[in-house]
Design a protein around this ligand. Structure first.
Ligand code: NAD
Length: 472
C-alpha cells in the first residue's frame, strides 16, 4: 500500500488529501500539522475550514484510509510520498520584506524530513513557492545525508479555488507535475501520476520540468489577478463615462480569444494567494534583473488597492462627504462567497477606510466569526512602498465595530449598506423590510454587483453599483 503524508492541514492540504483518499482507496493518507487545534478540528464534526462538499468527503474516508495527526515525524518517516503544503506568506522583515515569499515553514519541514527519514522518498512541493525553490530544498535534503537516502523533488502546484475546492479537485482543468529530467526524476513523476490517474483523465495530467511547474503556478495566479484588475480599471472608466461594466465585460468576453470567465467587476480581489504570489513574482523579476517586468505586475496590485480606495471614497462622498457616527452595515467579510477565509479580503481595507472616517460599522458574514473580524481589523497591513510606516489600529477604533448575527440586525438603523461578498443570501433579502428599518436616505453600495439595483431604487434606496452609471 502506497503511503502518503501531507505536511500542512490547511485550505489546500486538507481538501486535497481528502480527495486523494476518496479516489484512491488503496492509498493510505496522513495529513499532519503542528497546529493542535487544527488537527483536533479535522478529527471532529466541526472541520476547521468551510468548503462545500468537504464534510461529506472527509466523513467517507476518515479513519479508513485518511488520518489527521500531530505526530508529524512518525507519518513522514513512514511515507513513500511526502507532500509539503505549508503556508508561504509574504516576508514581513529583512531582505525582500513585503515582496519575497517567506520560506521559513518550508525550510523547517524540509529539515525535519531530512532528519527523520529512514527510507527513500518523493517530496512534493504542494505549496506555492518561488521558481527554483526545489534547488534549495534538494540542498537541504541531501546535505548531511549520511544515511544515503534518496529524495526526489517534484513540483505539483495546486490550482483549486476556495469555495469550489472539492469540485475543482474532482474535475481539475489540469494537474501539473514537474520533475527532474533524469531517470529517477521520471520515475518519481510516474509514481505521482499513478495517484492522480485514478480519477483524472490522462490528457489532463501535464508533466514539465521543475522550474516550469513552479513558475506556472505564479503565472496562473498573476494572470487571474491581472484579469480582475483589468476589468476593475475599466469599471472606473465606465463610471466616468456612462458605460456599464457588465455590458462591457459581456461584449469583451464574447470574443473567443478572451472568453467570459473572471470578468466580473468588484471592490477588488482578496484571498491569501493573488497578492502574495504577485509580490513574489515581482521580487523574482527584480532579483533576475527584470525591473520593467516587475513594474508591469506591480500595477495589478496598485489597481486593486485603488479600487478599494475608490469604493470607500464613493461611500463617503455619496453620504454627504462624511460618515462620522453614521451606521454602515457591511454585508460579507470573507474574500469571496462559500468560504470563511478572510485572508487579504478587501473587506479589511474597506472597513478600515470607513472606520478611519469615524463610521460605526456593523458586519455580518454567514461564515466569518467575530474573533476573525476583530483580529483582521487590528492587524497591520504591510505597506510595501512605506515599510517603516506601519501604524497599528488603535483599540478605540475597534469599538466602532460590531458584529451582527444576521443581515437584518446589521442593517437596522443603518444609514448605508455596503456589500462586500457575493453571498447568495444577499440577493434574496427582503429589501422592503430592510428599507423600512433603515435611516433615510438609505444607501446601498454594491461592491459585487449582486443586487437588482433597479428593484432597490423602486423601493427607495439610493444605489451605487461598481462600474455602472450612477443614474441607472
Ligand atoms: P494554511 O495556512 O491554511 O495551511 C498551512 C498549514 O501548514 C497550517 O495549518 C500550518 O500550521 C501548517 N504548518 C506550517 N509549518 C508546518 C510544519 N513545519 N509542520 C507541520 N505543519 C506546518 O495555508 P493554505 O491556504 O493551505 O496554503 C498552503 C500553500 O498552498 C500556500 O503556499 C498557498 O500559497 C498554496 N495555495 C493555496 C491555495 C488556497 O486557495 N488557499 C490554493 C492554491 C495554493
Amino acid at each position: 500500500m502506497v503511503k502518503i503524508c501531507c505536511i500542512g492541514a490547511g485550505y489546500v492540504g486538507g481538501p486535497t488529501m481528502a480527495v486523494i483518499a476518496l479516489k484512491c482507496p488503496s492509498v493510505e493518507v496522513a495529513v499532519v500539522d503542528i497546529s493542535v487545534p487544527r488537527i483536533t478540528a479535522w478529527n471532529s464534526d466541526q472541520l476547521p475550514i468551510y468548503e462545500p462538499g468537504l464534510d461529506d468527503v472527509v466523513k467517507q474516508c476518515r479513519g479508513k484510509n485518511l488520518f489527521f495527526s500531530t505526530d508529524v515525524e512518525k507519518h513522514v518517516r513512514e511515507a513513500d510520498i511526502v507532500f509539503v503544503s505549508v503556508n508561504t506568506p509574504t516576508k514581513t522583515r529583512g531582505l525582500g520584506a513585503g515582496k519575497a515569499a517567506d520560506l521559513t515553514y518550508w525550510e523547517s519541514a524540509a529539515r525535519m524530513i531530512a532528519d527523520v527519514s529512514v527510507s527513500d522518498k518523493i517530496v512534493v512541493e504542494k505549496s506555492t513557492v518561488p521558481v527554483k525553490t526545489a534547488e534549495a530544498i534538494e540542498k537541504i535534503l541531501t546535505h548531511n545525508n549520511s544515511k544515503g537516502i534518496k529524495f526526489q523533488i517534484l513540483s505539483n502546484p495546486e490550482f483549486l479555488a476556495e469555495g469550489t475546492a472539492i469540485e475543482d479537485l474532482f474535475k481539475p482543468d489540469r494537474v501539473l507535475i514537474g520533475g527532474r529530467e533524469t531517470p529517477e526524476g521520471f520515475a518519481a513523476v510516474k509514481a505521482l501520476k499513478d495517484v492522480y490517474s485514478q480519477w483524472v483523465p490522462e490528457e489532463k495530467i501535464l508533466t514539465t520540468n521543475l522550474w516550469s511547474a513552479e513558475l506556472s503556478k505564479l503565472a496562473a495566479n498573476a494572470f487571474l489577478a491581472q484579469r480582475i484588475s483589468s476589468v476593475n480599471a475599466m469599471s472606473a472608466l465606465c463610471e466616468a463615462t456612462g458605460a456599464n461594466v457588465t455590458e462591457v465585460s459581456y461584449a469583451v468576453g464574447k470574443d473567443s480569444r478572451i472568453g467570459p470567465k473572471f470578468l466580473n467587476s468588484s471592490v477588488g480581489f482578496g484571498g491569501s494567494c493573488f497578492q502574495k504570489d504577485i509580490l513574489n513574482l515581482v521580487y523574482i523579476c527584480e532579483c533576475n534583473g527584470l525591473p520593467e517586468v516587475a513594474e508591469y505586475w506591480k500595477q495589478v496590485i496598485k489597481i486593486n488597492d485603488y479600487q478599494k480606495t475608490r469604493f470607500v471614497n464613493r461611500i463617503v462622498s455619496s453620504m454627504f462627504n462624511t460618515v462620522s457616527n453614521k451606521k454602515i452595515a457591511v454585508l460579507g467579510f470573507a474574500f469571496k462567497k462559500d468560504t470563511g477565509d478572510t485572508r487579504e479580503t478587501p473587506a479589511i481595507d474597506v472597513c478600515k477606510g470607513l472606520i478611519g472616517d469615524k463610521a460605526r460599522i456593523s458586519i455580518y458574514d454567514p461564515q466569518v466569526t467575530e474573533e476573525q473580524i476583530q483580529r483582521d481589523l487590528t492587524m497591520n497591513k504591510f505597506d510595501w512602498d512605506h515599510p517603516l510606516h506601519l501604524q497599528p489600529m488603535s483599540p478605540t477604533t475597534v469599538k466602532q465595530v460590531s458584529v451582527a448575527w444576521d443581515a437584518y440586525a446589521a442593517t437596522k438603523d443603518a444609514h448605508g449598506i455596503c456589500i462586500l461578498t457575493e453571498w447568495d443570501e444577499f440577493k434574496k433579502l427582503d429589501y422592503e423590510k430592510v428599507f423600512e428599518s433603515m435611516q433615510k436616505p438609505a444607501f446601498v453600495f454594491d461592491g459585487r454587483n449582486v443586487v437588482d439595483a433597479e428593484k432597490l431604487r423602486k423601493i427607495g434606496f439610493i444605489v451605487y453599483s461598481i462600474g455602472k452609471p450612477l443614474d441607472q
